[in-house]
Write a protein that binds this ligand. Structure first.
Ligand SMILES: *Cc1c(COP(=O)(O)O)cnc(C)c1O
Length: 464
């Protein structure tokens, strides 16, 4: 499989190069040159298979010969060995025909582990074979940074530096970044806010001398390998509830459009999906786009589901590429408009196709809290605020009751204990395997909001 840029003007790459490159040189995102398809028999055969076995079958057509059969099997085994549930991504029932897909059994208790744990192993294998080392730099408002540190800790071919806003992430999030003791991972507390952290990372990537010197790489949510890894759990969940013989619906709490695009990929591969719901919090650019056809940037409102407090949904560009018949120039034009005017309007054809593929709904803060309280009352289960946004949206769009509705549970409630306790009176406890998180020793470096200072720190701290 080869990969092309959504803006049509970057080199065509294979899977491994696409994964190691991240953002295309023309500013676009890499997508597969064509969509493979899985037959109904193949999908039916996933019933009763392990998560890893389904992952192997779903991802194989996209990987080509980048990794050998046994090599990829070993990589998958290592990636998911640290999950706290043998099913990796189990389902839990919350109503007569409604379910949550628990994606939070990985080491940092959020769904990003599902893809990031795999990326860590894929990077290590590819770089070791090439005899290369890279330096991964990322900015985080919480979840992505800890998932990256957990995925890359102790690996030989990678140094990781995560920039987070000093004093502005939750204690659980900070401790998850600062307590791993391996020498190749570094938590940098920047004296600034999240935007400052992002601007610093961007500036490092634009400092080509530095970029080449340290072999800078990124694993943010636009990395194709992450999206692909996320499409796997749509298959395992759907098959557990009767697919492909019957259709299922998904509600996906999203901000960057990454996870819900992974659902679209599953559908393109042949999974019979009835409704695919884009669930947003008050930062509802995606919901507004589906309703009005106009993609308009506004300010970010802080919410109790902070991992979805996003102004620009970077992965939406991948869908635009499909909506505009894979014409890179058209996508480049829209993106140009977005950066100059802060908005663009979809063509009539694109809008109709969008409405055919997706539904959407939004949950405000009160509705999110009320959903946590209701599910706790009705089932005894405690949802995190991101998941609650999805459950609320599922209820709004719920059509046919006979079709199973699956909401993606993107975080464990213990990751957001204050909001959960305020909503339902229960303070969720950390799972036993990380109960000592609050006692572990922290290791972090406070750094000024200064590019030169951070670059020189990275030069010195990385292994050579
Ligand atoms: C990152 C994140 C999301 C949103 O993911 P997208 O890539 O924007 O779809 C939702 N919930 C949690 C807990 C997250 O960490």
């Amino acid at each position: 499989m080869r990969y092309v840029s959504t803006r049509g003007a970057a080199p065509v790459l294979d899977f491994e190069e696409t994964m190691l490159t991240g953002l295309a040189r023309d500013g676009g995102l890499y997508v597969p040159e064509s969509w493979p398809s899985l037959s109904a028999e193949t999908i039916a055969g996933f019933a009763g298979q392990s998560y890893e076995a389904v992952a192997e079958a779903v991802m194989r057509p996209f990987i080509g010969d980048a990794f050998g059969e046994q090599e990829f099997r070993d990589i998958l085994a290592r990636a998911y060995a640290n999950f706290g549930h043998v099913a990796r991504c189990p389902l839990a029932q919350i109503d007569v025909n409604d379910w949550v897909l628990e994606l939070h059994h990985g080491p940092t208790l959020a769904f990003k582990d599902v893809a990031m744990q795999l990326i860590g192993q894929l990077f290590e294998a590819a770089l070791t074979r090439r005899g290369q080392r890279v330096t991964i730099v990322g900015a985080t408002s919480g979840d992505t940074g800890s998932a990256a540190i957990e995925a890359f800790r102790g690996l030989d071919a990678v140094d990781v530096f995560i920039l987070y806003p000093h004093g502005r992430v939750s204690e659980v999030q900070r401790r998850q970044m600062t307590t791993p003791s391996e020498a190749n991972v570094h938590a940098l507390a920047v004296e600034g806010d999240f935007d400052d952290c992002q601007a610093l990372v961007k500036a490092m990537f634009n400092d080509f001398a530095f970029r080449d010197e340290v072999g800078l790489a990124a694993v943010n949510s636009i990395n194709w390998a992450r999206v692909l890894a996320q499409s796997v759990y749509f298959f395992t969940a759907a098959v557990a509830l009767g697919a492909p013989a019957r259709k299922v619906s998904f509600s996906v709490p999203t901000g960057n459009f990454g996870d819900v695009f992974a659902g679209y990929v599953a559908k393109r591969l042949g999974l019979p999906v009835d409704r695919l719901i884009v669930a947003t919090n008050e930062n509802d650019i995606l919901h507004r786009t589906l309703r009005t056809g106009s993609y308009t940037r506004t300010g970010v409102t802080p919410t109790i589901s902070p991992s979805m407090d996003i102004q620009v949904s970077s992965n939406f560009e991948r869908l635009l590429f499909e909506l505009y018949d894979r014409e890179g120039a058209a996508v480049a034009g829209l993106m140009e408009e977005l950066s100059s005017k802060g908005a663009f309007t979809l063509s009539q054809g694109a809008r109709e196709q969008l409405a055919e593929e997706f539904d959407s709904a939004r949950a405000n803060e009160a509705e999110t809290s009320a959903t946590i309280a209701r599910i706790r009352r009705e089932t005894g289960q405690v949802l995190d605020p991101h998941t609650a946004v999805g459950v609320k949206a599922a209820g709004d769009v719920r059509g046919d009751r006979a079709t199973p509705m699956i909401t993606l549970a993107t975080a464990h409630p213990a990751k957001f204990p204050d909001a959960v306790e305020a909503a339902c009176g229960v303070r969720p406890a950390l799972p036993p395997r990380m109960a000592d998180l609050y006692e572990r020793e922290e290791r972090l470096t406070v750094v000024p909001n200064d590019l030169g200072a951070i670059e020189s720190l990275i030069r010195k701290a990385r292994a050579t």
